[in-house]
Design a binder for this molecule. Structure first.
Ligand SMILES: NC(=O)c1ccc[n+]([C@@H]2O[C@H](COP(=O)([O-])OP(=O)(O)OC[C@H]3O[C@@H](n4cnc5c(N)ncnc54)[C@H](O)[C@@H]3O)[C@@H](O)[C@H]2O)c1
Length: 345
């Protein structure tokens, strides 16, 4: 099923602008809501315009329930909502927890209310995070030369792991994640939650606080120093944006069966890398040595997270297709071609 009319909140952001391009190419009518608070989100919208596709943009802050309500009332024929707008960094959530709460928890609640009141038959996909599982300190971990390794759960973390919201960001995303699950249950809505690992790809305007793969590539290409928080052995399973969009397609297709369901979605075991391994790969690819500094590990930073994609594979027939080195090379190419975007980063 190809959506006819999709609302993308946070459509000026990395995942949102890629999703907009993806659905515009399929002929879907796309409406983007964004308050353009993320630096560079306006440049993503400019890029979307150059693709020649027709999308509508509304500068609405999702904290503003009145404006959102009016918006939903006017657009009750929306059949798909991709909810990406949010405060995205753990670090910023510690500095301004109220803003984080209002955007992620209350903002999501406002979206749910708009949906319940005006387009209750729509599908809602929410970009939640693996941070809802907390710092996972209970895991038995082996320390390798340049990475951490799981001793048990070698296939990764499943959805059955206990929720343990850690940091204001973990709490606000976790609250939104739980609200979507419960609204689907009590109001019979088709809300689907993706607990996503690190996503990377073109149009990711990575900064030190969020989007580390793009951030390191941008710093390396611009010959700027790089800071690693912790020992750099932290491991993440990384997922290329185009693979994530395939997973959204499959979830929308099967939304009648999976409303209210939750899936871990990441690069999985095959696409696990540590920061140090990534840096070494990048130095080889760019053929230069970087100026690297180490600082104290950040609060709540998981030593290792690998998504077990078993549930989404069984339910939707989805698994990641892009090997991390291939996807990262595409991002390197994009950053090289768009260096002017990052001069003031
Ligand atoms: N990128 C990842 O690796 C990753 C991993 C897990 C979960 N997520 C989630 O996916 C979503 C999208 O992430 P992204 O990497 O594209 O981030 P992004 O910062 O590039 O995009 C978020 C967009 O939301 C907009 N926004 C922020 N606050 C808003 C508000 N109050 N009202 C309206 N718009 C607002 C920003 O301007 C930005 O364009 C986020 O909810 C994030 O928590 C991302």
């Amino acid at each position: 099923m190809i959506p006819k009319k999709v609302l993308i909140t946070g459509g000026g952001g990395f995942i949102g602008s890629n999703a907009a391009e993806h659905y515009l190419r399929k002929g879907t009518e796309v409406i983007i809501i964004d308050n353009l608070s993320r630096k560079g989100s306006d440049t993503n919208l400019k890029w979307l315009k150059t693709t020649g596709s027709n999308f509508k943009f509304q500068n609405i802050d999702i904290r503003d329930h009145k404006r959102l309500g009016e918006f939903f009332k006017k657009h009750s024929d929306i059949d798909t909502i991709l909810h990406f707008a949010g405060q995205v960094a753990v670090t910023s959530s510690l500095v301004d927890p109220r803003y984080d709460f209002e955007t992620n928890a209350l903002g999501t609640f406002n979206i749910l209310e708009g949906m319940r009141n005006y387009c209750a038959d729509a599908v809602l996909l929410y970009a939640s995070t693996n941070k809802v599982y907390g710092s996972l300190e209970q895991l038995q971990i082996k320390e390798g030369k340049d990475n951490y390794q799981l001793i048990k759960y070698k296939k990764g973390i499943t959805e059955t792991f206990a929720l343990d919201f850690h940091s204001p960001y973990g709490c606000s995303k976790g609250a939104a994640d739980s609200y979507i699950k419960d609204y689907s249950r009590v109001y019979n809505l088709k809300g689907i939650v993706f607990r996503q690992s690190c996503i990377y790809g073109e149009h990711q305007l990575g900064i030190e606080d969020q989007g580390w793969i793009a951030h390191f590539i941008i710093r390396a290409i611009l010959n700027r120093p790089i800071t690693i928080y912790g020992d750099g052995k932290q491991v993440r399973d990384v997922l290329y944006i185009k693979d994530l969009l395939e997973a959204y397609d499959k979830a929308i297709e099967k939304s009648n069966k999976i409303g209210g369901d939750v899936f871990n979605v990441g690069g999985g075991v095959q696409n696990q890398i540590s920061i140090l391994q990534f840096i070494h790969f990048l130095e080889d690819e760019l053929d230069k040595k970087f100026d690297i500094k180490f600082k104290d590990v950040r609060a709540g930073d998981q030593k290792i997270f690998i998504s077990n994609n078993g549930k989404i594979k069984n339910s939707l027939g989805w698994s990641p297709q892009t090997k991390w080195k291939i996807g990262v090379r595409k991002l390197i190419k994009w950053v090289k071609e768009n260096q002017e975007l990052f001069e003031n980063f």
